[in-house]
Every structure is written in structure tokens, then in C-alpha cells.
Write a new protein. Structure first.
Length: 437
């Protein structure tokens, strides 16, 4: 009797369990798991407070600054900072994240640029923030993304790196301009609860701190991302030691080439048909003060090997990836990170047995940089309105070697070329070049 009653209870127990799990799941997704892929830090949890126009100027707009700071304005306009809002990749991902307000605190950081004011963030949950209409919102100004005033204007004063400028607007000296503090707010996105990143999703700052280029050479972000220049800071002003406002990074193949040194070796050096040849591509982070790739966790390199016959048919292929592997659901767990620290190197190996009678095969070695994966790109196109054709992967290195007795010569030439390239343009080749010898 008793047993039978127990058996009847089973379905009830299962239903209760399922309900319990549902409630837990609901609680987890609404109260525990952050709604965005990063955590909140007090400094970027809020917009930069409303800025009035400094005395002597008629607007905060970059274009207004550009009437006197022409060169800087043109550089800024060409930079990704100026596109931090209009950037089609930002727009697509922002749409994916339901255009949540928090993104704007770095991509359009001034209150003047934001449609709503945040009055409260209950329990630090960004999706529950209390928002009210911002009467001083300027939609045109929002399109300027990380505009001049985001870094330079506070409370009617224009801050800068000089202590002695005579300007038609109030100025003040701020030592932060000559340190990394000025980049910290936005380039050190941290992780939140239940997000197990090694460093946060755009945590370049944390990768850089105290590493080689800073400790040994005193390089700061600006050393590499805002090259030094001597010119008047404003029309008609005296010559100054200033910096170009270009901030080249992952969207610029030239900049990426500067970060990496690539070196190819093979064994045996004069392979014959029937022999197995092992090719090693060494990738060195020779020119970046942080890991490569850095920043956005989608960024990655591929190191590619292809053997082609006389008709360019691919006989063998190997593609290795350098980046971070992240499990996004149900919690964020960074499973693996094989990015290169400054001055670190890694060998990628490929072996191939040359078929009998084939002495005109070619080995293609190639390194590419990817802003995002092909899958993500397709998803953004299909679901989140990405239309622009902005390139999202770049060829960083390409070289072909004959898989026959000419191989030794081709390898020697490759080494010579990288030495010459390095001597010819010490500024644009890797900052530190291991082939200087
Ligand atoms: C009417 C011309 C004019 C306009 C408009 C103007 N500036 Fe200036 N600014 C100057 C001059 C002149 C100097 C002084 C240059 C010098 O001493 O070398 C200066 C200096 C500066 C400095 C250096 C301050 C320091 O002491 O370190 C910064 C930064 C600056 N301006 C930013 C801006 C920004 C941002 C805007 C727009 C919101 C702007 N300026 C608009 C003319 C102008
Ligand atoms: C107010 C926030 C903010 C500040 C301050 C800031 N950045 Fe940025 N930065 C961004 C955002 C947002 C992007 C990405 C824009 C995009 O791709 O949509 C970016 C992009 C970049 C990139 C280009 C990356 C690429 O994909 O090509 C570099 C390099 C960079 N910043 C360097 C710096 C340096 C150096 C400083 C300090 C002098 C600095 N930034 C200060 C917000 C900021
Ligand atoms: C992401 C932050 C950032 C943005 C945005 C930015 N600047 Fe700067 N600016 C800096 C830094 C850092 C320096 C200090 C460079 C140095 O060490 O001389 C600087 C220096 C200056 C100077 C002094 C001259 C020089 O080259 O050092 C002027 C003038 C200036 N900026 C104007 C502007 C104007 C105009 C804009 C917009 C068109 C702008 N800045 C946008 C960070 C920024
Ligand atoms: C020694 C030179 C050097 C220093 C110092 C340096 N960088 Fe870079 N950075 C590079 C090079 C070269 C690249 C291009 C390689 C790449 O994109 O991975 C790069 C790439 C980047 C990118 C682009 C990532 C992407 O693909 O979107 C960002 C953002 C960035 N740096 C920010 C910073 C910040 C912030 C600092 C200071 C904390 C800094 N960098 C210090 C050389 C440097
Ligand atoms: C704390 C500052 C900060 C916040 C908040 C922030 N970002 Fe960013 N974002 C950055 C920086 C810095 C970069 C540039 C990093 C790099 O180049 O890899 C960036 C880059 C990006 C990129 C890459 C753009 C490109 O051209 O490849 C996308 C997409 C993006 N952010 C979307 C978002 C979205 C969506 C949100 C809100 C859910 C957000 N960001 C919130 C700082 C921030």
C-alpha cells in the first residue's frame, strides 16, 4: 500500500523539481548573471557629467576645436575614437545588446552625448537602471564618439599637457596627459560576478601594467598610439612637442604589422621528393606593449600553412589560431588564452611529406588578423543589421617557398628582407626587432 502511494508521488516531485530549476534559472539570469559581458566599475558606471561650453568658444564640437587645432582635428577625425559610435561593428553589437545605455559611457562618454540620464542602478544591475529623459542631449554631438571634450574639457576649462599656453579659452595643466591615466577609464573594462576572464574583455591596461615596455623603456600608451611630433599646437602658436591624435590599432593592418615579427625556418633545408619537411613559423610580439591580440575578445590571429601544386590546388592545409577561447553560456569562462605577452614568441609547426615525382610544389605561409570571426560577422549581418562592408580581417604576412632544393635560398632571402625592412624604416617596423643582430 505504502509503496504504491510513493510511486504516485513521483510525478509531483519531478514537477516540483522542474519548477524549482526554472525559478533558480530565472533568478540566476535576472539577479546574478550580469546582463552585459563586463562588470561595472564606479568610474565608467556613469557618464562624464554635463560640460558647458568654455568661455571664448561657441561650441564643444570637435569641428569648433578644429578651426584652430586643424592638424589634430584631421587626425582625430581619421581615428577610431571619432567613430566609436558610428562604427558599424559597434552599432551591430549594440543592437544585439538591446542598445543598453552602459555602452555609451565609453563609446559616447559625455552626458551631453547621451539621450537619457541614469538616476539609480539598483543592485548594480545595468538593465534595471532608472533612466530619465536628458533635456540637454545633442544627437549630432553623440555621433562624435570619443570626442575632444571627453579627454580635454572639465567644468569650463580645457586641460592639456602644457603649463604655459596662451589660448583664447581657459586652459589648465593636467599631468595625466603624459601618463596612461588618460586611457585607463575606457581601456580597462573589468569582469563582473560570474565572469571568469583572465583579464576583463577590453582589459588592455591590465595586460600592459608593469610589463617590459613600461619598466625597461618607459613606454606609455601614447608612445606607440600617439606618435610624437614637433609643430604648433594651434594655428599661429609656437612650435611644441606634441602628439599625433591617430590611435591606430586593430583596424589598421600597418599597425598590426608593427606589432609582430615573423620568421620562417625549415628542416631539411633542401628537401627532395619523398622526404618529410617540417616548417616552423615563429611569431613574436615585437612591438606591442600589451598582449597581441588585445582588447575586444573577438580579436585573433590565424597562422596558416598551405601546400599548392603547379595549378594552385591546395594539397595540404593547416590553420592555427592565437587568441582567447571563451565559453559565453551559462556563465562566462575563459577556457584558454594563448595570446603573446610583450616580447614573447611562439613556434607554429607544419609537417608535409613531398610526394614522389613532385618537385614544383609551393608552401604558402600566411598570418592574418581578424577583428571578429567569420561566424560572428555572418551573425551580425543576418540578425543585427550590419550592412557596411568594413574589412574585418587583414593579411599581415604572406610568403611562398618552393618545396625543393631552392628552399634554403628562399629562406635566406626572407631573413635578409626582414633585416633590410627593419633598417630602412626603424619607425614603422617592429619597435624591437630581434633580427637586428
Ligand atoms: C580660436 C582658436 C581656438 C579654438 C576654437 C580652440 N583652441 Fe585650444 N588652443 C588655442 C591656442 C592658441 C592654444 C595655445 C597653444 C600653445 O600655447 O601652443 C590652445 C591650447 C589648447 C590646449 C593645450 C592646453 C594646455 O595648456 O596644455 C588644448 C588641450 C586645447 N587647446 C584644446 C582645445 C579643444 C578641445 C577645443 C575645442 C573644444 C579648443 N582647444 C578650441 C586655440 C583654440
Ligand atoms: C572615453 C573613453 C576612451 C578613452 C579615454 C580612450 N579610449 Fe581608446 N577607444 C575607446 C573606444 C570606445 C574604442 C573603440 C571604438 C570602436 O572601435 O568602436 C577605442 C579604440 C582605441 C584604439 C583602436 C583600436 C582599434 O580597434 O583599432 C586604440 C589604439 C586606442 N583606443 C587607444 C587609446 C589610448 C592610447 C588612449 C589614451 C591616450 C585612449 N584610447 C583613451 C574609448 C576610449
Ligand atoms: C582619448 C583622449 C583624447 C582625445 C579624444 C583628444 N585628445 Fe588631445 N590630447 C590627448 C593627450 C593624451 C595629449 C597629450 C599629448 C602629449 O603628451 O603631448 C593631448 C594633447 C592635445 C593638445 C596639445 C598639443 C599636443 O599635441 O600635445 C591639443 C591642442 C589637443 N590635444 C587638442 C585636441 C583636440 C582639438 C581634440 C579633438 C579633435 C583632441 N585633442 C582629442 C588626448 C586626447
Ligand atoms: C610598445 C608599443 C605599444 C604600447 C606601449 C601600447 N601599445 Fe597598444 N598596440 C600596439 C601595437 C603595435 C598594436 C597593434 C597590434 C594589435 O592590434 O594587436 C596595438 C594595439 C592596441 C589596441 C587595438 C586592439 C584591437 O585590435 O582592437 C588597443 C585598444 C591598444 N593597443 C591600446 C593600448 C593601451 C590602452 C595602451 C597603454 C595601456 C597601449 N595600447 C600600449 C603598440 C603598443
Ligand atoms: C569601459 C568602457 C567600455 C564600455 C562600457 C563598453 N565598451 Fe566597447 N569598447 C571599449 C574599448 C576600449 C574598445 C576598443 C578595444 C579594442 O580595440 O579591442 C571597445 C570596442 C568595442 C567593439 C569593437 C568595435 C570594432 O570596431 O571592432 C564593439 C563591437 C564594442 N566595443 C561594443 C560594445 C557594447 C555593445 C557595449 C555595451 C554592452 C560596450 N562596447 C561597452 C570600451 C568600452
Amino acid at each position: 500500500m505504502r509503496r504504491r502511494r510513493d510511486r504516485k508521488r513521483w510525478p509531483l516531485v519531478m514537477v516540483a523539481l522542474a519548477l524549482g530549476l526554472l525559478v533558480l534559472g530565472y533568478y540566476f539570469y535576472t539577479e546574478v548573471r550580469p546582463a552585459v559581458i563586463f562588470g561595472l566599475r564606479p568610474d565608467y558606471a556613469h557618464a562624464i557629467p554635463f560640460q558647458p561650453v568654455p568661455l571664448g568658444l561657441s561650441s564643444l564640437r570637435a569641428e569648433e576645436c578644429g578651426t584652430c587645432h586643424q592638424a589634430i582635428y584631421e587626425e582625430w577625425r581619421s581615428s577610431i575614437h571619432a567613430q566609436a559610435y558610428t562604427d558599424p561593428f559597434f552599432q551591430a553589437y549594440w543592437t544585439k545588446d538591446n542598445r543598453i545605455w552602459i555602452c555609451l559611457n565609453c563609446h559616447t562618454p559625455l552626458e551631453n552625448q547621451q539621450p537619457t540620464l541614469i538616476t539609480d542602478i539598483p543592485r548594480d544591475r545595468v538593465e534595471k537602471a532608472v533612466q530619465v529623459h536628458n533635456p540637454r542631449y545633442d544627437p549630432e554631438y553623440q555621433r562624435e564618439g570619443v570626442t575632444c571634450a571627453a579627454c580635454h574639457v572639465r567644468n569650463g576649462t580645457i586641460f592639456g599637457p602644457f603649463g604655459d599656453s596662451v589660448a583664447p579659452h581657459p586652459t589648465d595643466y593636467d599631468p595625466a596627459f603624459r601618463t596612461t591615466a588618460i586611457c585607463y577609464r575606457c581601456h580597462n573594462v573589468v569582469s563582473g560576478p560570474f565572469q571568469f576572464y583572465n583579464v576583463g574583455p577590453c582589459g588592455t591596461y591590465a595586460e600592459y601594467e608593469g610589463k617590459y615596455f613600461m619598466q625597461q623603456k618607459g613606454y606609455i600608451c601614447q608612445t606607440c598610439h600617439m606618435p610624437e611630433v614637433i609643430r604648433p599646437a594651434a594655428k599661429g602658436g609656437p612650435l611644441r612637442h606634441g602628439r599625433r591624435h591617430v590611435w591606430r590599432g586593430g583596424h589598421d593592418p600597418e599597425m598590426i604589422r608593427r606589432a609582430v615579427a615573423i620568421y620562417v625556418q625549415a628542416e631539411p633545408l633542401k628537401p627532395q621528393p619523398g622526404e618529410t619537411v617540417t616548417v616552423t613559423v615563429t611569431v613574436i610580439n615585437a612591438g606591442a606593449g600589451h598582449k597581441i591580440p588585445t582588447g575586444d575578445p573577438d580579436r585573433h590571429f590565424t597562422v596558416e600553412f598551405r601546400v599548392r601544386d603547379r595549378d594552385r590546388h591546395v594539397l595540404a592545409e593547416q590553420v592555427d589560431t592565437m587568441g582567447r577561447w571563451i565559453l559565453w553560456q551559462p556563465v562566462i569562462v575563459e577556457v584558454y588564452d594563448n595570446r603573446l605577452l610583450p616580447l614573447a614568441s611562439r613556434d607554429y609547426q607544419f609537417t608535409f611529406t613531398i610526394p614522389e615525382g613532385q618537385s614544383d610544389l609551393v608552401l604558402e605561409t600566411q598570418v592574418r588578423y581578424h577583428i571578429l570571426t567569420d561566424g560572428q560577422h555572418a551573425m551580425l549581418r543576418e540578425k543585427y543589421g550590419l550592412e557596411a562592408d568594413d574589412p574585418y580581417r587583414f593579411l599581415i604576412y604572406h610568403r611562398e617557398f618552393p618545396l625543393n632544393t631552392q628552399l634554403a635560398l628562399a629562406l635566406e632571402k626572407q631573413q635578409l628582407d626582414s633585416r633590410l625592412a627593419c633598417r630602412r624604416q626603424p619607425e614603422t617596423s617592429a619597435m624591437f626587432n630581434p633580427f637586428h643582430g
